[in-house]
Design a binder for this molecule. Structure first.
Ligand SMILES: Nc1ncnc2c1ncn2[C@@H]1O[C@H](COP(=O)(O)OP(=O)(O)OP(=O)(O)O)[C@@H](O)[C@H]1O
Length: 262
């Protein structure tokens, strides 16, 4: 195990504790059970990959964790009661959603501006983050001057600017081509290791879930139910060649089985 994985190994109390979480969407007299029963612990420093078929409630679960949605049943404890979603969560979506009239630096600073953080300190941190995500020197460029992968790295820097305790990513690489996606997976692991923050990443890709996750939560469809949540113990630091190892194949097979697509 490398140093990046130590925090979760040493962690005692979970950052997030979900027990039998349930979510019903209601519209007039119609009800739709989107999440029926999710039980899971997420520890500080974890990189949890959340995988499952389309419509199984992954985004709904992220929205509940981010405080954007309430839940209807079960219990959710985040940060031992000392947690403010507005302050302690960073979000990354499938599209970078950068503001086209702001430079990359100003885009990264957006959450700091909204939270009224000290501008000088935030600017210094933004420069550090841009370096960390491989965008040093791009501070004064505008989004249209960057490739899709570079824009997504800027979006990751933006999600980290206020040093959140939890970063939620919803299909962050879904819009990228296959090769860029592979590179971003490697970047992601490096950023996670350097930031030492807790990440939850939703993905449709079983291979991506195995490659990224220190733990993998598998949800089954209609409505979302936790099929399993298990640690992923692969050679560290993870390099692309691990994808050809028998252990990697075993994890992939396990997820296929859980999803009933053998
Ligand atoms: N605001 C809403 N009102 C009613 N139903 C909703 C709402 N948001 C989501 N749903 C339904 O809840 C279910 C779960 O949706 P959710 O977006 O969480 O799934 P998902 O696993 O993220 O899907 P995908 O992988 O396709 O993005 C879907 O059947 C969806 O139609």
């Amino acid at each position: 195990m490398n140093a990046a994985r130590e925090p979760q190994a040493a962690a005692g109390e979970p950052l997030i504790r979900m027990r039998n979480l349930r979510k019903v969407y209601r519209k007039r007299d119609e009800e739709f059970l989107a999440v029926s029963d999710v039980t899971m612990d997420i520890f500080p420093g974890d990189m949890v990959s959340l995988v499952g078929p389309s419509g199984c409630g992954k985004t709904t679960l992220l929205k509940i964790l981010s405080g954007l949605q309430s839940h209807d049943g079960g219990t959710l404890e985040v940060g031992g009661g000392n947690f403010n979603p507005g302050r302690d969560v960073g979000m990354v979506f499938q599209q970078p959603l950068l503001l086209k009239w702001r430079t990359i630096l100003e885009n990264v600073l957006l959450p700091a501006d909204i939270l009224h953080l000290d501008r000088r300190q935030a600017t210094q941190r933004a420069h550090e983050l841009l370096e960390m995500v491989g965008l040093a020197g791009f501070d004064n460029k505008y989004p249209y001057e960057l490739s899709g992968g570079m824009q997504q790295r800027a979006a990751i820097a933006r999600a980290l600017i206020h040093s959140p305790k939890l970063v939620l990513m919803d299909e962050p690489f879904g819009a990228l081509d296959a090769l860029t996606r592979e590179k971003m997976n490697l970047e992601m692991l490096r950023i996670w290791a350097e930031s030492r923050t807790t990440f939850v990443v939703v993905t449709h890709s079983i291979h991506e879930a195995v490659f990224l996750g220190s733990r993998c939560a598998v949800l089954t469809a209609g409505p979302a139910r936790m099929a399993d949540c298990f640690p992923i113990e692969l050679e560290e630091p993870r390099k692309l060649h691990v994808k050809t190892s028998p252990e990697f194949g075993e994890y992939v097979r396990r997820i296929y089985e859980l999803l009933g697509v053998e």
